[in-house]
Ligand binder design. Structure first.
Ligand code: ATP
Length: 238
């Protein structure tokens, strides 16, 4: 539908074993856009991300990323094409230092995409610079979240999926996270992030979708969503 979209998802249906979780999900992310996928606990946000990465048991539908149909490709191939994924549970390598964690993520640069280096990532997340020799397991949740995002950026993706990047973070850290995501956008990255409520998403997103029980219930700009109290009350956490 969007000729210029980086990611275009249509009629996505996903299953864990026999249980269907996503029903005809459709969404798109344009080049350089920040898009929020909103919805309460259990709505299917993480399952959507896992489906895009090929990590659910079964998925049907169309997933177009750049110029390729990726819905039948394996996870490593999807990642190689430049789709970065930061899961909700962070997964830093606890025994490795910050700088070693970053090296694990290093992938060759991609045409037309910012090339990330540890030094540039320390500019993006100044906290990490002071901790570069510290083991990942000895960092706070917020620091681990920053490290996981940074490790993903070391792969030089052109679009990043961020699963609840503000979850469990202190207000001050949430502010830093919002600034970092906006800086990533300024570098030309496209971003799809999930959140349970609007507070964080509204600071950084251009558009939003709302997911409920595995179906898209709303699609529009952040301004449209803020004006629509009925939809917010019905589908979002307060
Ligand atoms: P959360 O904020 O809790 O992560 P979410 O919107 O990301 O919520 P999902 O994690 O995608 O929601 O879960 C959607 C539904 O799929 C829930 O009903 C959940 O219980 C179910 N589910 C998730 N993972 C599995 C799994 N591995 N096997 C079976 N059902 C699952």
């Amino acid at each position: 539908t969007h000729a210029a979209a980086k990611l275009d998802v249509a009629r996505l249906n996903s299953f864990y074993g026999p249980i269907q979780i996503l029903f005809d999900v459709g969404l798109s992310v344009g080049r350089g856009e920040v898009v929020a996928l909103l919805g309460r606990n259990g709505a299917g946000k993480s399952t959507t991300f896992k489906s895009l990465m090929g990590l659910v048991d079964r998925r049907e539908g169309e997933i177009r990323f750049e110029d390729a149909e990726i819905s039948r490709q394996p996870t490593y191939e999807i990642a190689r094409r430049g789709l970065g994924y930061v899961p909700e549970d962070r997964r830093v390598f606890g025994e490795l230092t910050v700088e070693e964690n970053l090296e694990v993520g290093r992938q060759p640069a991609r045409d037309g995409v910012t090339t990330w280096t540890p030094e540039r990532l320390y500019d993006l997340f100044p906290n990490l610079a002071e901790m570069r020799r510290r083991p990942g397991g000895q960092m706070s949740g917020g620091e681990q979240q920053m490290l996981t995002i940074s490790r993903t950026l070391m792969g030089n993706p052109s679009l990043v999926l961020l699963d609840e990047p503000s979850e469990g973070l202190a207000p001050k850290i949430i502010e830093q996270m919002a600034e970092a995501i906006l800086a990533m956008k300024r570098e030309g990255l496209s971003i799809l992030l999930s959140e349970q409520n609007l507070h964080f998403a509204r600071l950084i997103s251009d558009r939003a979708y709302i997911l409920e029980k595995g179906r898209i219930r709303f699609s529009g700009t952040i301004a449209e969503l803020e004006a629509n109290t009925a939809v917010r009350d019905q589908y979002l956490a307060v």
